[in-house]
Ligand binder design. Structure first.
Ligand SMILES: [Zn+2]
Length: 374
């Protein structure tokens, strides 16, 4: 059994230990402050005598350190865990216990899922919560932080008559994490000493999950980083739209409305432009090809169809850029298919069609297309 130094002192980041074994770069020490993966939390990382610790796992009470290289057996080694990473996990995990305790006492729901990685923390509850419920929980959780309540982590002598939350049905070696006045829960992970270390607790998002709800929450360092990211975004949008930072949503809405009106006007102008072009189209040749600079596929279809209705023959319209043109071609089925087949044999074409219309994309220059078609 490896002595779990993180159980004795969650703030221990550097320590010495003796290497009991090391095979294929997997080392066992007599004692360790490296927390192994467990209870929904990923393992600590760090260094043992300068060699990187990439992963830590526990099996039957023995803690295995997965290293970059082998280390010498029997040697006393200096160990250092990545403290910033560990501390942010403690802030998040301790924040999770406060929220789970509040959800349990206020709504009676159980925490049925927990995941804490480098990038996010999620927690699942057995019943649904509304945005209003979550606002209430978030405020109470932050009040618990302001009250600077103690976290007591211990192995009770007896579990009889001890009420606590637990995801698993444990009977021995149960470690209890108690937050005075808020929660008592079975948990193997290292926690903060007092709630003020957690910093702000922010519920970012929630969605229905397996008959209950999943929450995305950030605490402390992560919450501050998230605030900074959102602040930078707000700053940029406010400068781009010349709007007060706290009014950017309204400014974006206004901008979208302007964009919608412009789109409507552009569509109307294009429709009128097509009408004019069709009016002045003489249709002297049996096959024609028009090149336009900015039309979508619907407009191309409409334009080609209008030309065909006016002059018959085979009417093709292209839009796009050199080497990548969208097209729509309208004509009587048999001659249209003959022409399309000829085009496909000589040009790189994606697309097809049936009846009196073909459409797609042709990857060729304008001159090459005209040479094949006309
Ligand atoms: Zn826990």
């Amino acid at each position: 059994m490896t002595v779990k130094l993180y159980d004795l002192d969650s703030h221990l980041s550097e320590f010495s230990a003796t290497v009991l074994s090391c095979e294929n770069a997997v080392a066992v020490l007599d004692k360790t402050a490296f927390f192994p993966e467990g209870g929904g939390q990923t393992s600590d990382t760090g260094e043992i005598d300068g060699v990187k610790v990439q992963d830590v796992q526990i099996k039957d009470g023995v803690i295995y350190h997965y290293l970059e290289n082998d280390i010498e057996v029997g040697k006393t080694v200096n160990c250092k865990i990545d403290w910033d990473e560990r501390f942010r996990k403690m802030q998040n995990h301790s924040g999770e216990h406060i929220i789970s305790g509040l959800v349990h006492s206020l709504y009676g729901y159980d925490n049925v899922g927990f995941h804490l990685s480098k990038s996010e923390m999620t927690m699942d509850f057995s019943g649904m919560l509304s945005r209003d419920d979550l606002n209430k929980i978030e405020l109470l959780a932050n009040k618990a932080v302001w009250e600077n309540v103690k976290f007591n982590c211990y192995y009770p002598e007896s579990l009889d008559r001890l009420e606590y939350r637990s995801k698993l049905d444990l009977s021995e070696d149960v470690r209890i994490v108690e937050i005075e006045g808020y929660d008592r829960c079975a948990c193997c992970a290292p926690h903060v000493n007092t709630s003020s270390e957690i910093g702000v607790i922010k519920i970012l998002n929630f969605e229905k999950c397996k008959g209950g709800v999943r929450l995305w929450v950030k605490c402390g360092t992560d919450a501050l980083a998230d605030y900074n990211l959102k602040y930078q975004n707000a700053l940029k949008i406010s400068s781009l739209l010349c709007a007060e930072q706290n009014n950017i949503a309204e400014a974006v809405e206004k901008q979208l409305e302007i964009e919608g009106n412009l789109k409507y006007k552009i569509t109307d102008l294009k429709r009128r432009l097509i009408e004019e072009k069709v009016k002045s189209f003489n249709g002297e040749s049996r096959i024609s090809a028009e090149f336009e600079c900015d039309m979508d596929i619907k407009e191309l279809q409409h334009y080609a169809d209008a030309l065909y209705k006016k002059a018959g023959g085979i009417r093709a319209v292209f839009s796009g850029k050199e080497n990548e043109y969208f097209f729509a071609i309208v004509g009587e089925e048999a001659p249209l298919m003959d022409l399309f087949l000829k085009m496909k044999q000589s040009l790189n074409i994606r697309g097809g069609g049936r009846g009196s219309m073909v459409q797609g994309t042709v990857f060729a220059k304008r001159d090459e297309i005209l040479k094949i078609m006309l």
